[in-house]
Design a protein around this ligand. Structure first.
Ligand SMILES: *Cc1c(COP(=O)(O)O)cnc(C)c1O
Length: 388
């Protein structure tokens, strides 16, 4: 068997290796606590599960869905974007369901990139921002997120020729892995930049509903002109504890969505109607209380983790959003991988080396807050004991 050259070019999915390491340790009887993967530990809220239960009993949901999405699904997204972000969307042309943000982000590369094209990708960033362009035969170009700029790229530092050859730009706020919020004025600069170089901005909105301390993260589409140059991928996975359901929606520029739809009709057959009906329940105001209580849970865990890290001398800035704590590795380690391997070997705690999200993540590590409180507390105790 000979895998394609395309596939051979991309490094193995970072979490696949991590999962294997954890499995080996557990098989050897070690009580490993994983703070590695961002996958909510709490169940999907009951009102969403019940909407799904009801929907699957309806024979009309059993047939091929339309790749454009159900009218009631699109209306629910329109209402949510109006209520939550004050963004007006045309449900006929500016909303389309996706089988998770990962599907949407990957397929956008196939829809827009040819060999020789560039895609600008946030570094550190979600691995599909680089794997997607590679698999499309194009080239990802990393844009380092600068800690001193609030974890945004310095758009002025992007080479002119690179900008001209770039057709896509991937951004994500609130940000995974850094937990950063978008700084004031940045989205406006992105719109100008994208206009100058005819770039389609893909804003990955996976975390807008998980924010603390009174902060309400914006949609990229709130930015004047954003719809002319960009689209947003809104995922229900993290905010509604629905990672297994595969449910997201693309909103924004109508031409871009049409192009995505054209590609998609060749690849998949749409999002299960019953899942679309579950999403209608998730996006309704009735679910707001569920989201608020989840957010409160993550805030508590964030405080627990940040206080423990500060006690052992880690210079951590508590994030105002997401399910991640991003912190610099302690002195005395050569790399983020070396530190995280040490923590795994000595404390049986899995934390993620920043370098797996891109070279600009070197020197940092990520802790995910999606572990039950008692296990999280135990993990932080082990880290404390290790530091002594
Ligand atoms: C989790 C995550 C995704 C994947 O979302 P799905 O809708 O489950 O595919 C995409 N982007 C970022 C930044 C994520 O953290």
């Amino acid at each position: 068997m000979r895998p394609s050259k395309r596939l051979e070019r991309i490094p193995p999915y970072a979490f696949a290796e991590l999962e294997r390491k954890i499995a080996d340790k557990r098989a050897a009887g070690v009580d490993v606590i994983s703070l590695g993967i961002g996958d909510p530990d709490r169940p999907t809220p009951a009102l969403i599960v019940e909407a799904m239960q009801e929907a699957v009993t309806e024979p009309e949901t059993h047939q091929y869905p339309s790749n454009r999405g159900r009218a009631d699904f699109r209306a629910a997204v329109r209402d949510f974007y109006a209520r939550r972000f004050d963004v007006v969307l045309d449900p006929e042309r500016e909303i389309i369901p996706a089988i998770g943000a990962k599907e949407a982000i990957f397929n956008l590369n196939l829809a827009f990139l040819d060999p020789g094209d560039y895609a600008l990708a946030a570094d550190p960033g979600y691995p599909v921002y680089t794997g997607g362009p590679w698999l499309a035969g194009a080239e990802p170009v990393l844009m380092a997120l600068e800690p001193e700029l609030g974890f945004v790229p310095d758009l002025g530092a992007i080479d002119e020729d690179v900008a001209r050859r770039s057709k896509l730009m991937y951004l994500n706020y609130p940000n995974n892995p850094t937990g950063a919020l978008v700084p004031e004025g940045f989205f406006e600069r992105v719109v100008d930049f994208a206009r100058s170089y005819d770039i389609l901005v893909v804003h990955d909105n996976s975390y807008s509903e998980i924010a603390f301390d009174g902060y309400r993260p914006p949609s990229f589409l709130q930015t004047p002109g954003a719809k002319d140059v960009g689209i947003e991928v809104f995922s229900l996975s993290k905010g509604y504890n629905m990672t297994g359901w595969r449910c997201a929606v693309l909103v924004g520029n109508a031409d871009a969505l049409h192009t995505y739809w054209r590609l998609k009709t060749n690849i998949d057959s749409g999002l299960f109607d019953a899942v679309q009906l579950a999403a209608v329940a998730a996006l309704s105001p009735e679910a707001d209380a569920e989201v608020a209580s989840m957010t409160e849970l993550y805030r508590r865990r964030r405080d627990l983790v940040c206080e423990a890290l500060k006690k052992i001398g880690v210079d951590v800035r508590p994030p105002h959003a997401t399910i991640y704590v991003w912190a610099p590795i302690p002195d005395g380690y050569d790399s983020s991988t070396a530190y995280c391997e040490h923590v795994l070997e000595q404390a049986a705690v899995v934390i993620t080396p920043g370098a797996v999200y891109g070279p600009a993540g070197e020197g940092w590590f990520r802790i995910s807050l999606t572990t039950p409180d008692d296990r999280l507390a135990e993990a932080m105790q082990r880290l404390g004991a290790l530091a002594k």
